[in-house]
Design a protein around this ligand. Structure first.
Ligand code: HEM
Length: 340
């Protein structure tokens, strides 16, 4: 009887196995068994691991505890931003503003000097040598920081195929050094500009009038303005605001993990790069108006002196203020030093 039972069990198991073999072959082909269920659903797949929140880590005995981190979902989002979104946003920002400035130049042309009339040949000091030094130090650093920054985003894609990996490697190393070291004089320059120009850049009601009149850029007239008009105040506050944001995020990245963890480092890089490309676009507009866009503007930062006629058209209230100041100094001089 017992022998009969054993034989029966053997037959049942063999039959079940025989039925299971073709079904298993089918599972490996489509991942599902004939009942429509995924027999490996409970096992840990790579896809499943990547979706874990917040992260999967283990233990390591080396001092760098970060290396125990195996999966960090935000890292994948960061990679998608860095390799996918950022080049597009950067490309659109930089090429977009260049396109707009070109269109503006073709439509509006160079803003010409008005006829200076009786002021022909007369000059007025607009920026002293210290102000010009601070401006050009900041500007030089900014241009190199921009080019080396854009190299982080586009270099591998655009430059490396052109000049080859070796030259690109050397160039990128120098670009990185210049990015790290020129950040310091750039920050100093921003701080100096903030101190020397703050009092002339406080927004006031007059700025609103200037904006409503199109700033003289769109129309043909010249709205009243003091030392800096509303457009220049926007440039000033952009430089100070973006400059501060770039400085803070830049310094955080110079000392990795000193103040934040891996997620914080990635967020910092996202902020730094996004503000960076918008900053470059804004400064390209500033460079345009300070050079080819407006006749007579460059002299202000070149020699420091501008045509009195230009100053009267673009900064009439400032000229009145300066002339009143000079007149009172002259009056004081004549009172203190009696004529012989
Ligand atoms: C080749 C590049 C540049 C040129 C040709 C240029 C030209 C000028 C000129 C002509 C002015 C005086 C405008 C006036 O009469 O009031 C000026 C002012 C100024 N520049 Fe630049 N600049 C350049 C780059 C930069 C950069 C890179 C920055 C900062 C990151 C900057 C920040 C400023 C600021 C804050 C002012 C005062 C506010 C204003 O006038 O808009 N400049 N620039």
């Amino acid at each position: 009887m017992r022998r009969g039972m054993t034989l029966f069990r053997t037959i049942v198991v063999a039959t079940a196995l025989a039925a299971a073999v073709p079904a298993m072959a089918q599972q490996t082909r489509d991942g599902l068994n004939p009942t429509g269920q995924n027999p490996t659903a409970d096992s840990v797949t790579e896809e499943f691991l990547f979706k874990q929140e917040p992260k999967i880590g283990g233990r390591v005995s080396i001092p760098d505890g970060k290396s125990a981190n195996l999966i960090q979902p935000q890292g994948r989002e960061y990679q998608a931003f860095r390799e996918g979104w950022l080049p597009w946003i950067g490309g659109i920002a930089v090429l977009g503003i260049l396109g707009l400035l070109t269109a503006f130049f073709l439509l509006r042309g160079r803003i010409a000097l008005d006829d200076p009339g009786p002021d022909t040949g007369k000059k007025i000091l607009r920026f002293n040598s210290f102000e010009r030094f601070a401006h050009w130090m900041t500007a030089t650093c900014f241009i190199i920081l921009s080019l080396s920054g854009l190299n982080y985003i586009f270099g591998k894609r655009l430059l490396m195929p052109l000049i080859g990996p070796e030259a690109f490697g050397t160039l990128s190393q120098w670009a990185k050094y210049s990015h790290l070291y020129l950040a310091w004089p750039f920050m100093l320059g921003i701080a100096i500009m903030l101190i020397v120009w703050l009092k002339d850049n406080i927004p006031e009601k007059l700025d609103w009038e200037w904006i409503k009149a199109g700033g003289g850029l769109i129309g043909r007239g010249h709205p009243h303005a003091k030392r800096f008009n509303a457009g220049q105040k926007v440039v000033f506050w952009m430089v100070v605001g973006f400059g501060a944001a770039m400085s803070v995020t830049g310094v955080v990245m110079m000392f990795p993990f000193a103040v934040t963890d891996i997620n914080g480092m990635q967020v910092t890089q996202v902020i730094h790069s996004l503000i960076g490309v918008v900053f470059i676009a804004g400064i390209l507009a500033h460079i345009y108006i300070g050079s080819i866009g407006m006749e007579g503007a460059y002299d202000a930062m070149g020699s420091g002196k501008v045509d009195l006629g230009w100053a009267k058209s673009h900064h009439d209230l400032w000229v009145e203020e300066q002339q009143a100041k000079n007149a009172s100094v002259a009056q004081l001089g004549t009172r203190q030093v009696p004529a012989e």
